[in-house]
Write a protein that binds this ligand. Structure first.
Ligand code: DC
Length: 225
């Protein structure tokens, strides 16, 4: 059986993970959330009390970081940091900031690159992140740049936080999204950008069902499944 690699990149809060997970379920592919890997490094840096902006200190600490990704029967991706399950901890709002800061360091990106590529060699995947189509899997069979306006993304994120019981004011969420967009697109190493051969999918005006249908259509068209 041919291995199909679907790369989905885009800014935070565009719905990448929810949509990619749903599409992977329908296609029978493995879903890999690469943001969770950067979040796991962020978690370690925070636990060690390191400054996430200090590239030298963060890079020097990497040999002590062991990251494992497992997929349970529930289909959910679990992250293990030095043997400890940090799947919940990496979703804390503070970790978003740590993940964004540590992801700017070339040493961190190099450290995580092979781990991501290996996952895509073993079976068909939908992998989401910021640099999957440009750096991690430049030969992916399908590349999609998934985005939505910052305001739409902030509204969705607010709803999600509310449902989790950790509501945040809209203005705060919007500001954080704008800050992360800026950080993710302006770093020197592997900045967020649309690969030349990626298809743009803008979900600003689409609800979940319509976004999922559009995503599946794009993938199926390209793999003719
Ligand atoms: O997708 P996310 O919000 O969980 O990602 C957390 C941070 O990790 C985000 O600010 C950017 C970074 N990231 C990255 O630089 N490259 C990736 N492939 C995935 C995430």
């Amino acid at each position: 059986m041919n291995i199909i690699r679907v790369a989905i990149d885009g800014p935070s809060g565009a719905g990448k993970s929810t949509l990619a997970r749903a599409a992977a379920g329908k296609l029978g592919y493995l879903y890999v959330d690469t943001g969770a890997i950067y979040r796991t490094v962020g978690c370690y840096v925070r636990a060690r009390g390191l400054d996430p902006g200090d590239g030298e200190a963060v890079t020097a600490a990497l040999p002590q970081v062991s990251i494992e990704m497992t997929h349970g029967d529930d289909g959910l991706q679990h992250m293990l940091l030095n043997g400890e399950d940090v799947t919940q901890a990496i979703r804390l709002p503070e970790i978003s900031r740590y993940a964004s800061a540590v992801s700017a360091h070339p040493g961190v990106r190099a450290f995580l690159l092979e781990m991501q590529r290996k996952l895509a060699r073993e079976r068909s995947v939908i992998m989401d992140g910021r640099d999957i189509g440009t750096v991690v899997l430049p030969d992916a069979e399908v590349k999609i740049f998934l985005t939505a306006s910052p305001e739409a993304r902030a509204r969705r994120r607010c709803l999600e936080l509310e449902q989790r019981g950790t509501p945040q004011p809209y203005e705060t969420v919007l500001r954080e999204i704008q800050e992360r967009d800026w950080n993710d697109t302006h770093r020197d190493t592997a900045p967020l950008r649309q690969a030349e051969d990626a298809v743009l999918l803008d979900t600003t005006e689409l609800d979940f069902q319509a976004s999922e249908a559009a995503l599946l259509r794009l993938i199926r068209e390209r793999i003719q499944a």
